[in-house]
Design a protein around this ligand. Structure first.
Ligand SMILES: C[S@@+](CC[C@H](N)C(=O)[O-])C[C@H]1O[C@@H](n2cnc3c(N)ncnc32)[C@H](O)[C@@H]1O
Length: 271
């Protein structure tokens, strides 16, 4: 990576850059790769493939955004955007409708720097620095670019597992849902593990790696916990499912590395 924004400490693994490494990207430093390799190895010891986890999550994100764009949604608020990769939210949505408006939000300055470069010529898409822990501030900033009197899809993919406090997650979702008019949608994906022998110990070790990263930790949540975040919304079929199974027509690949867990995904519609 060439230039670093001032507030970056490249010796602290960043969850954005670790995820970039899982996806095969090049926007990462030795500390990110080392931490990511530790997680990959811990996963391997339990039969899980972390790269498959990342790819399955990304596939869910792309299919859900495409589905919503094809259903007529023209505004997306994507919180915890991640480093640019193939098929980012604005590209998927604007391929369906060129005038789709997107607000990206991330708290990692490197994500901001890369996204700004990518988006320099895209008038419909902006990126703002913001923290999911402060959803009111995000909504206020997003309202300069999005019209909340019309449906908006709020996307929070692979971010809530960096919050260990269930009550805080519920409160953030409640705040994000408040301005959404009928026809709006909420898209969430979240890390989970199937309960099983030995999983807890490995999970503790993975948590240890993330505790040294920019997120300060990781927490897994199950189907019921995810479902509760959609309370009062109409959940689109097939419901809360492993990300790779959400409206995926490709049955040629069987995801052997996801038998012990991965990411759950779901999409809810404001009635
Ligand atoms: C695992 S990546 C997911 C990227 C993308 N959403 C996806 O699913 O492919 C998590 C992203 O969330 C960002 N992030 C983590 N905690 C955050 C927070 N509290 N507020 C905003 N962004 C956050 C990270 O910087 C990173 O870019």
């Amino acid at each position: 990576m060439a230039q670093l924004p001032g507030q970056i400490d490249p010796t602290v693994p960043s969850v954005a850059r670790m995820y970039d490494y899982y996806l095969g990207g090049k926007d990462n430093f030795p500390a990110d790769r080392e931490a990511a390799e530790q997680v990959i190895e811990l996963g391997r010891q339990t039969g899980s493939d972390i790269r498959e986890v990342a790819l399955a999550n990304r596939g869910f994100l792309i299919r859900s955004v495409r589905h919503l764009a094809e259903s007529g949604i023209r505004q997306f608020l994507d919180i915890g955007t991640g480093l640019p990769t193939q098929d980012n939210v604005h590209q998927v949505a604007q391929r369906v409708a060129r005038d789709s408006r997107i607000v990206y939000v991330d708290n990692d300055p490197i994500v901001l720097a890369h996204a700004r470069a990518l988006l320099a010529e895209n008038q419909e898409t902006i990126i703002i620095q913001g923290d999911l822990a402060e959803p009111d501030a995000i909504l206020t900033a997003a309202a300069d670019h999005l019209d909340f009197s019309q449906p908006v899809a709020v996307v929070v993919a692979a971010v809530f597992h960096f919050f260990h406090d269930d009550a805080q997650v519920a409160e953030i979702v409640k705040t994000l849902r408040r301005p959404l008019v009928p026809g709006s949608h909420l898209v969430i994906s979240h890390a989970y593990i199937e309960p099983g022998e030995g999983e807890e110990k490995k999970a503790d070790q993975v948590r240890g790696v993330y505790q040294r990263s920019t997120s300060g930790g990781i927490a897994w949540r199950g189907r019921e916990e995810l479902l509760s975040l959609f309370d009062g919304l109409d959940i689109l079929p097939p419901g809360v499912v492993p990300a790779q199974k959400w409206r995926n027509d490709d049955d040629t690949y069987h995801w052997p590395g996801l038998a012990k867990g991965g990411v759950l995904g779901a999409v809810g519609r404001v009635p």
